[in-house]
Design a protein around this ligand. Structure first.
Ligand SMILES: Cc1cc2nc3c(=O)[nH]c(=O)nc-3n(C[C@H](O)[C@H](O)[C@H](O)COP(=O)(O)OP(=O)(O)OC[C@H]3O[C@@H](n4cnc5c(N)ncnc54)[C@H](O)[C@@H]3O)c2cc1C
Length: 414
């Protein structure tokens, strides 16, 4: 059977490795950390995944935590007014539920499953020189090493990367003890809170190493009042700062957070990165070729919660491209075609995510406001997190937004 090397054991690399393994490929997975190091290490993401991406996992029988993780059935959006009241507030219902399983739980569990099923797991931080050697001994080498140093093998696609610097400072705290949303305590939802000109706070339930928890995730405009986490080393100080900013900008969310405590000493994260699309084929110094996967090729800012979803969709798409290619050579043309097939869908995610990082134009403000008046608008917006291609019809162009809102208003009158 064909020999495939995958470098990087995150959402995309592991899903692809387990998928190829189930099809009988001889897969080697290289990870710079053991399962235990991942499980006991720092949180990495908020990793909320929507229906389509979860379906890709289910197709491979990988939804191990589905019955334990909270079912996220809605997505709510609030906009803070200058006096810190809510200018906008609505919750859209998702057609299929979303879930967040702490990557520490999921990646550690999937790695162990891969090894138990006979996969070759190599614990080693791969360098470009290693890949040069391996590209001669494997039929295909794929790099799914996230935003780490190996991305230097893949050139930035400037035409598809409008930003060359981070657009948000990110800060995450995993907590126990958050009270339910008073408006809808009967079902779980992601809460998106927009503070114009300042940033966003996302709150979502998750399954972490100590059971159910909630994540408080600030995205701050660089240089603004939320961009204050970079130097904080003490997790308690990180949480205190998170709460102080909630009290100042989003008092309705702070009101249910007064009793929270961190899930664990590694339950905080701070960082930033520039959203970047890269060319998918990396050429090694010795002439070998490698194919980029997941964040290596498309790294979006997490403002729209799409990275893990995109990583899952990439793994799904590449799996099919590999299987359909049979015994033929995995050359540069095939690699480019495999990526183009993924890009066909992912371009919508990139366009939307980059748009959300900029100040919203008037028609988008109207659309967001209309979610509070018309439930179909709230529902459609919420479900676009699962299928961002739908946004083409009503989000980007003022004419389309206006036509859609007129249609919804007419239907409500009828
Ligand atoms: C704060 C934050 C919040 C987020 N929230 C969401 C969300 O709610 N929803 C969503 O869909 N996405 C979210 N994302 C994005 C999501 O986490 C990533 O897009 C996703 O994890 C990418 O998966 P990946 O497999 O491409 O890379 P990764 O998950 O980064 O995995 C890469 C793996 O490769 C390993 N590695 C790196 N270098 C090497 C090397 N040289 N050799 C061997 N192994 C190596 C790393 O240790 C890691 O295990 C968020 C991201 C952040 C930072």
């Amino acid at each position: 059977m064909r020999k495939i090397l995958i470098v990087g054991a995150g959402q995309s690399g592991l899903q692809l490795a387990l998928g190829l393994q189930s099809q009988g490929y001889e897969v080697t997975l290289m990870s710079n950390r053991t399962a235990d190091e991942i499980r006991t290490g720092r949180v990495m993401s908020t990793q909320c995944m929507f229906h389509t991406a979860l379906e890709h996992e289910r197709e491979l029988q990988l939804g191990f935590w589905e019955s334990q993780a909270p079912r996220i059935e809605g997505l709510g959006l609030s906009v803070a007014a200058p006096d810190s009241t809510r200018a906008v507030d609505w919750v859209g219902r998702l057609n299929g539920f979303a879930q967040s399983v702490d990557q520490r739980v999921k990646m550690a569990g999937w790695m162990e499953t891969f090894a138990q099923r006979g996969g070759q797991l190599v614990i080693h931080g791969a360098a470009v020189s290693d890949l040069d050697y391996f590209s001669r001994t494997y039929d295909l080498v794929m790099v799914s090493a996230g935003k780490g140093e190996l991305v230097s093998m893949f050139s930035r696609d400037a035409a598809r990367s409008p930003y060359d610097a981070p657009q948000r400072a990110l800060s995450v705290a995993y907590v126990h003890g958050l009270a339910p949303r008073p408006e809808h305590p009967d079902f779980d939802a992601v809460r998106c809170n927009l503070v114009p000109g300042v940033g966003e706070l996302f709150i979502m339930p998750t399954l972490t190493t100590s059971g159910r928890a909630d994540i408080l995730f600030w995205e701050g405009v660089p240089g603004g009042p939320l961009d204050v986490f970079q130097g904080i080393k003490d997790p308690a100080e990180h949480l205190a700062k998170t709460l102080e900013l909630m009290e100042r900008f989003l008092p309705w969310e702070y009101a249910r957070a007064t009793k929270v405590e961190l899930t664990d000493a590694n339950g905080t994260l701070a960082g930033r990165y520039a959203p970047t699309v890269r060319k998918p084929v990396g050429r090694l110094p010795g002439g070998g070729l490698v194919l980029g996967v997941g964040d290596v090729v498309v790294a979006n800012d997490p403002i729209t919660g799409q990275g893990s979803n995109t990583a899952s969709k990439c793994a799904h798409s590449y799996l099919h491209s590999i299987i359909e290619h049979g015994d033929r050579e995995f050359d540069a043309a095939w690699m480019q075609a495999a990526f183009d097939r993924h890009w066909e869908k992912t371009q919508h995610v990139v366009r939307w995510t980059n748009a959300m990082l900029a100040p919203p134009p008037e028609h988008v403000l109207n659309l967001i406001g209309a979610g509070g008046q018309f439930q179909p608008v709230a529902d459609r917006f919420a479900n676009a997190f699962d299928d961002p291609a739908d946004l083409d019809a009503f989000f980007f162009e003022p004419d389309r937004t206006n036509a859609y809102l007129a249609e919804v208003a007419a239907a409500a009158r009828a």
